[in-house]
Every structure is written in structure tokens, then in C-alpha cells.
Design a protein around this ligand. Structure first.
Ligand SMILES: Nc1nc2c(ncn2[C@@H]2O[C@H](COP(=O)(O)OP(=O)(O)O)[C@@H](O)[C@H]2O)c(=O)[nH]1
Ligand SMILES: [Mg+2]
Ligand SMILES: [Zn+2]
Length: 304
């Protein structure tokens, strides 16, 4: 791409802190926020993207985003037409929130943790609403994921969560209603994320319930609140990738008779032996088999 001198002089760097289709909120290094349109229809910035933009007053706002810089990581999910849609980028940690109400879907947690492994970022599990019931998250802890038990309504329970989020760009994911937005409200004084205005003065305000939004914590951590999901599956991946997403299979699988063992009906399978021995959680193993089946039934052509 060739740029004219006047272009390069006025181009500025920024981060996307909220993206709403045809416009987005860009934050500069001083945390000033600008409402921007896009140059061209193909530009689809997502939350936490690093972008170049230039000031330009219009009915959309204060600027125009001209380029999305290469992403270090991205979390995708199937959109409502079954195609893969990027939810946010450049995170270093995926934090799955679960609660006793709505009833915890632990296989959803597994699916997000598989994605964390595939993307190569840290995974963590937060059990919220421990005032109602404290979920047992030891099976995740035992395989190396950080876990915390919290209650969004009791500030003194949030210390460990705040510590978990320090030094990371995290995305909070999980079913609708588990309390993701409530946790952010409780951790960030003065924030009402459900109704927070992203207006920067020149455009009309927007509610943020349908978009991912990035917030700063006082300890330097950054947290992306994402709209809840009813269902989540990693984008189509190979069986090998799926197996790699279940980290606790790694060591036992070195004992499998076959190198390409899928840990199903093969003889002398180290993974199944570990399930029998109780070293690998039966629930996680079942979750693996379900996901294997689900991925086999996906038509890869329906994803772009
Ligand atoms: N009892 C209890 N209710 C909570 C807690 N955290 C959130 N809630 C409630 O759960 C509901 C859903 O919360 P919300 O933050 O919107 O969930 P989100 O969809 O994950 O963002 C709201 O009615 C909250 O008041 C908690 O720790 N304990
Ligand atoms: Mg929410
Ligand atoms: Zn095996």
C-alpha cells in the first residue's frame, strides 16, 4: 500500500475498545476516546485490535480507521449463520465465568479452554455467585488452570479475581446471566457497564450490551466484557488439535500403543487407562468425545 505524505503525517495509532459494525471506539495512548468510521467495507476491527486511524470530522464521529494491525491472537465463534466470527483479539487470557444459576454448563467451560490452548493463551475459570452455591472447580485447577470462587455482590471476594486479571488482557466469556458484567461493575468503581455511554461528545451514545467492550483495571489489567452466549464451539479444527486442547491427555497419551490414537476404542490407550485410574476426569473425557463428534458433524464449508 502506498501512502501519500499527508496521510502518513496524520495517521495515528490506537486500540479498539468497542466495535459496533460500521463504527468503533478507538482509544489513544492517553486513553482519550474517539468515535471512528471505517475506510472501506472490508475493515472489520474487533475489541483490542491495534489500528491506524486519522482524524476526520463527519456525521459518524471524529475519525476514520484505515488499517487493522496484525493480530497476536483472536477468539472466534460461530455467528448466527454458522460462519466464524472474530469476537476479540490480542488477549493473553480467556476467563470463563460459570455460576450455579443459570445451571453451570461445564462442557462449555471445556470448549472455551480448548480454544485457549489452540490460541496459545492462558485459561482460567471463575465460579461466580458463590453466595448461592460454591461450584467445585478442582478438576480445572488439577490440570493447571487458575480458578477463583467469587460473588459479584460481595466486594471482599473479588481480590483474587482482580489479582488473576493483573498483567493480562483478559476476555470474560460464558453463558448469559452468569454475572460477567456484574463482576466488572463490582471491580471498577463508578462503572455501570450495562448502560455505559461510549459517546465521545460528537456522536450519539451507545449501549454496550451487544458489543465486546474493553475496560481498564487500576492494577494495569485489561478486561474485555463479551456478550453472553447460549452455546460456544471452537471453529473447525482437526482431531489432533482437539486432543491438544485437552492438556491433561498429553502425558498419558505417550503410553498409547498407536501414535495416532484418538483415545476411543483403540487397544492399550494411555488416556483411557488414566480415566479408569481416575487421573483424568471422566466428565472431561466425555466432553472430549462429544466435541470430537460435534466437530465431525460440522460442515467445514459453512465456515469462511
Ligand atoms: N446472587 C447473585 N447474583 C448475581 C451475582 N452476580 C450477578 N448476579 C445477578 O445475575 C444476573 C445476571 O448478571 P449479569 O452481570 O448481567 O450477567 P452476564 O450476562 O454474564 O453479564 C443479574 O441479575 C445479577 O444481579 C452474584 O454473585 N450473586
Ligand atoms: Mg453482560
Ligand atoms: Zn490413546
Amino acid at each position: 500500500m502506498t501512502r501519500t505524505k499527508s496521510d502518513t503525517e496524520t495517521l495515528r495509532s490506537g486500540r479498539i475498545v468497542a466495535a459496533h459494525g460500521r463504527h468503533a471506539i478507538v482509544e489513544d495512548a492517553d486513553r482519550k476516546r474517539y468515535r471512528c468510521g471505517m475506510k472501506g467495507k472490508r475493515l472489520r476491527p474487533v475489541c483490542a485490535d491495534e489500528v491506524r486511524w486519522r482524524p476526520h470530522q463527519s456525521d459518524i464521529g471524529d475519525g476514520i480507521i484505515t488499517e487493522v494491525l496484525p493480530r497476536r491472537a483472536q477468539l472466534s465463534r460461530p455467528d448466527n449463520r454458522g460462519r466464524s466470527e472474530v469476537v476479540a483479539s490480542n488477549m493473553s487470557q480467556i476467563v470463563v465465568v460459570v455460576a450455579p444459576r443459570p445451571p453451570a454448563d461445564l462442557s462449555l467451560v471445556d470448549r472455551y479452554l480448548v480454544s485457549a490452548e489452540l490460541i496459545g493463551v492462558a485459561g482460567a475459570v471463575v465460579g461466580n455467585k458463590n453466595d448461592i452455591d460454591a461450584l467445585d472447580l478442582r478438576e480445572f485447577q488439577n490440570i493447571g488452570y487458575r480458578t477463583v470462587s467469587v460473588c459479584a455482590k460481595q466486594a471482599d471476594t473479588l481480590e483474587l479475581l482482580v489479582a488473576l486479571l493483573a498483567d493480562h488482557t483478559s476476555i470474560l466469556v460464558g453463558q448469559s446471566g452468569v454475572g460477567k458484567s456484574s463482576l466488572l461493575n463490582a471491580m471498577i468503581p463508578g462503572l455501570d457497564s450495562r448502560t455505559q455511554e461510549l459517546s465521545t461528545g460528537s456522536g450519539e451514545g451507545r449501549h454496550t450490551t451487544t458489543a465486546s467492550v474493553l475496560y481498564h483495571l487500576s492494577n494495569g489489567g485489561e478486561v474485555i466484557d463479551s456478550p453472553g452466549v447460549r452455546d460456544y464451539a471452537p471453529p473447525p479444527i482437526s482431531d489432533r488439535e482437539l486432543i491438544a486442547g485437552f492438556v491433561e491427555f498429553g502425558e498419558p497419551s505417550t503410553q498409547c500403543r498407536f501414535n495416532d490414537c484418538r483415545h476411543l476404542t483403540e487397544p492399550d490407550c494411555g488416556v483411557k487407562q488414566s480415566v479408569t485410574d481416575g487421573q483424568i476426569s471422566q466428565r472431561r473425557y466425555n466432553s472430549y468425545r462429544q466435541l470430537l463428534e460435534r466437530l465431525a458433524n460440522l460442515n467445514p464449508d459453512s465456515y469462511s
